[in-house]
Design a protein around this ligand. Structure first.
Ligand code: NAD
Length: 486
């Protein structure tokens, strides 16, 4: 292990803090949650500025997707934390009588949260709310690609949150790898599938539990809709593609599947919606976020350098090198073996894939890795049932996009290549807690058949126990006839 004395001291201090027991108290947890609320309230303008400079996000978008989300999560946690922390009692089978059982949620200990850059505020603070609610000490490693947000956290967090329990460690891949060499009690990672595998490999060395919030290609199944619904549906598609960080969102739409006969109707409506949302001038797309950096900008441009893909552009396609803004772009039926159809796009390019029958979309989606989010616009109940029964994804949203992210009562997480584990609301608390089973027996009444020496009677008796056959037990104890064959 590369020795980084400062990192080592931080980790040791956090371990000592956890050992002291202070983070387990409800008062400590609530004080930290209130401090997060104060932090975002008192620094809202700074956060708006940071998100605008990193990603060109308009304050409305920043509030909707980041600041508001964090506020809502912290409020929710404060409302329910007493309930979450209280032991869950339950009944026991009669044979344990007299006894009691409960499930205690205990903090894991010291957790590592590694974030990505596309929602650099909420993807750090939202998991932190879960980790604090559950009573852990925490290292936060924000993404180096949203450097100003990372520095903001490093500078400001110690003046709001308990610095002996929550630390920000800044850096890139090297720092991330150094951190991964420590023994953590839980790792919560948000990022790409590729790096998720590295994180999981490192965690395996210490059997550390991980939550992997990864990415992938999120499809939209767009069934034929009546005109009356088309306008709203197109707005929701446009929002799910271009409206959140210009498509640089894990649950953002990657591509749309539509029946061939309906494709031009949908595309025309999407074009109208884009004009309504953003106007025409790429350089002045004040309402559209920019691409995070030149590397990603060039990666997106390279998809269109393939002439077989460029030929499919039916709207947009222009790039502004200075502002790193890419015009909302629609492509009709790019080749299925092109990079754009096989890598996570993570940008404002929208392939529309046509099929003869919309039902074929199920097979198409099933031929790809399981997505984080699947969206379907349809009014057909049977088709909805088929989608739910025959596909697998982190979430399914019918007739809208992205909104599942802000529902505290829905688990947020992936399946297969899009990750595993879940968070938000109570799921966050559970993600950062170990559920400890506690059973307490009395010394009265002993179930002798559980102990040797063995006999046919004991076998019979245990059969009755495992079958909850209380009448049979009673008959055996009273020496009456057999209840079943040995
Ligand atoms: P990334 O995997 O490149 O980086 C994520 C984090 O891992 C960063 O903090 C980075 O410093 C660190 N990292 C990068 N390379 C590493 C390495 N080799 N070893 C150790 N650590 C390393 O991802 P990104 O570019 O920041 O984010 C984009 C990806 O994240 C997309 O795939 C997107 O879908 C996904 N994502 C998922 C969610 C979700 O909630 N499921 C949310 C946002 C983004």
């Amino acid at each position: 292990m590369i020795d980084n004395p400062e990192m080592r001291r931080s980790v040791e201090e956090l371990r000592l803090t956890f050992k002291s027991g202070k983070t387990r108290s409800g008062d400590w947890r609530k004080a930290q949650l209130r401090a997060i609320l104060r932090l975002i309230q008192e620094n809202e303008d700074t956060l708006f500025r940071l998100l605008e400079s990193e990603l060109g996000k308009h304050p409305v978008e920043s509030y909707r997707d980041e600041i508001g989300v964090v506020k809502k999560s912290a409020d929710h946690a404060l409302t329910y934390i007493d309930q979450w922390m209280s032991p869950k009692k339950g009944r026991l089978p009669l044979v344990f009588f007299p006894a009691s059982r409960k499930v205690l949620s205990e903090p894991f200990g010291l957790v590592l949260i590694i974030g990505s850059w596309n929602f650099p505020i909420s993807l750090i603070l939202d998991p932190l709310i879960g980790a604090i609610s559950a009573g852990n000490t925490v290292v936060l490693k924000p993404s180096e690609l949203a450097l100003n947000c990372a520095s903001f956290f490093a500078n400001i967090l110690p003046s709001y949150l308990d610095p002996k329990a929550i630390k920000v460690i800044q850096g890139g891949i090297d720092v991330s790898n150094q951190l991964l060499q420590y023994k953590w009690d839980k790792i919560f990672f948000t990022g790409s599938t590729k790096v998720g595998k590295i994180v999981m490999g490192a965690a395996a060395m210490n059997l550390t539990p991980v939550t992997l919030e990864l990415g992938g290609k999120c499809p939209v199944i767009f069934d034929c809709l009546p005109n009356s619904d088309l306008k709203v549906a197109a707005k929701r598609v446009a929002s799910g593609k271009w409206g959140a960080c210009a498509g640089q969102a894990c649950i953002g739409i990657d591509y749309v599947i539509v029946e061939q006969k309906f494709a031009s109707t949908l595309i025309e409506q999407l074009k109208k919606t884009i004009k309504e949302f953003y106007g025409d001038d790429v350089k002045n797309l004040r309402n559209l976020a920019k691409i995070i950096n030149r590397g990603h900008f060039d990666r997106l441009r390279s998809y269109l350098e393939d002439p077989t893909v460029a030929n499919c552009i039916v709207y947009g396609g222009s790039f502004d090198d200075t502002s790193l803004i890419i015009e909302p772009t629609i492509l009709l039926d790019p080749p299925l073996d092109a990079a754009i159809m096989n890598e996570e796009i993570f940008g404002p390019l929208l392939p529309v894939i046509t099929m003869d029958k919309i039902e074929e979309s199920i097979e198409f989606i099933n031929s790809k890795p399981k997505p984080l989010a699947l969206y379907a616009f349809t009014k057909h109940e049977n088709f909805k049932k088929r989608i739910l029964a025959e596909t697998s994804s982190g979430s399914v949203t019918f007739n809208d996009t992205m909104v599942q992210f802000v529902c505290d009562d829905l688990p947020f997480g992936g399946v297969g290549q899009s990750g595993f584990g879940r968070y938000h609301g109570k799921y966050s608390f559970d993600t950062f807690s170990h559920e400890k089973a506690v059973l307490e027996r009395s010394f009265y009444l002993e179930l002798e058949p559980r102990h040797p020496p063995w006999s046919t009677f004991k076998l019979e008796f245990l059969r009755c126990v495992y079958n909850y056959n209380y009448a049979g037990m009673l008959r055996l104890l009273l020496g009456l006839k057999r209840t079943s064959n040995p």
